[in-house]
Ligand binder design. Structure first.
Ligand code: PEP
Length: 260
């Protein structure tokens, strides 16, 4: 995986304000003048994936992500979407274990484990989301929670390999709330994730895994957050829903010092 800073937008079950076509065209124009060192990911709803991947096919700095994937490879599972389908629609990766799937839709660590493997089987990258709830943080259980999510996702079969894994640390209480942990808290958790990955896969492999921060990132805080030691990128929800709001995040990354 490249060493570029990674900014991933997650549209969730929304269409950007200006529409998908306009949003993608704006990103395409912005990419023309893009300084090196930044990769942009787009987590689009299923119905938009083919269009988005068509728009950016061949552009190595833009990659397309599904927001979820089935634990099954195929068969009679009405409404499910397999990793093979995501691949056919042009996806390079998939968000796995997003907090809304875990906490709103009841997804457990066993499903996260299976999903990582389905994505890997199709040669795509998983952006594995981990993070503690507010109650867990207040009880002093944040580090334990994140370790256990990583450990259970990795499993006992050698994991999915560092080339197929990005980890996004997203404190649940920060997603969509405007509340952002202190830079010190983010740095300590990124450090914790790094250390835990080293235990799971060894220092060399762990060093290749990008660690993103997600939770209320916007144009006003991206510059400072991006300079927190160890951060390799952002996962952005609300502020990716209009290119006008997403742009300052991209620009802040471009303005120097990020990811160094
Ligand atoms: C997210 O949903 O992953 C997220 C980080 O959302 P927001 O940026 O809106 O907090």
């Amino acid at each position: 995986m490249s060493t570029d800073f990674m900014v991933v937008g997650n549209w969730k079950m929304n269409i950007p304000e200006e529409g998908v076509v306009e949003w993608c065209r704006s990103l395409g124009v912005w990419c023309e003048g893009r300084p090196r060192g930044l990769e942009v990911g787009i987590g689009a709803p299923y119905g938009e994936l083919s269009f988005v991947s068509g728009e950016f096919g061949g552009r190595e700095e833009v990659f397309v992500l599904g927001q979820d994937v089935s634990v099954w490879r195929g068969g009679s599972y009405t409404g499910e979407v397999s990793a093979k389908m995501l691949k056919l629609w042009g996806c390079d990766g998939v968000l796995v274990g997003h907090s809304e799937r875990r906490h709103v839709l009841g997804e457990g660590d066993e499903q996260v484990y299976e999903k990582l493997r389905r994505v890997r089987e199709e040669g795509m990258v998983s952006v594995l989301c981990v993070g503690e709830t507010l109650e867990e943080r207040e009880r002093g259980e944040a580090y334990g929670r994140v370790s256990s999510q990583l450990h259970r996702a990795w499993g006992h079969d050698g994991g999915v390999g560092s080339d197929f894994l990005v980890v996004a640390y997203e404190p649940v209480w920060s997603i969509g709330t405007g509340r952002v942990p202190s830079e010190e808290d983010v740095r300590e958790m990124i450090d914790h994730v790094e250390t835990h990955l080293e235990v799971l896969m060894g220092e060399e492999e762990a060093g290749k895994v990008k660690i993103l921060y997600g939770g209320s990132v916007n144009g006003g805080n991206a510059f400072d957050l991006g300079r927190v030691e160890g951060i390799d990128g952002f996962l952005v929800g609300g502020a990716s829903l209009s290119f006008e709001k997403f742009l300052p995040i991209l620009e802040s990354v471009n303005s120097g010092g990020v990811g160094e």
